[in-house]
Design a protein around this ligand. Sequence first.
Ligand SMILES: [Zn+2]
Length: 54
Amino acid sequence: MTTHRDEAPPITDPDDDLGGDPVCWLDRVCPDCGLFLTDHTASTCPRCGSARDR
Ligand SMILES: [Zn+2]
């Protein structure tokens, strides 16, 4: 009677890509002072007054 069992665990390959897109919020951060611009319609940074290109 042999009790040898080859019970290989199923190889799970999680393909979850939880990276998100950091570029989408980089557009809201002032390149000069790093302030997060909640008002994306503002053409200038409320803190340093730096003009935003887009
Ligand atoms: Zn700024």
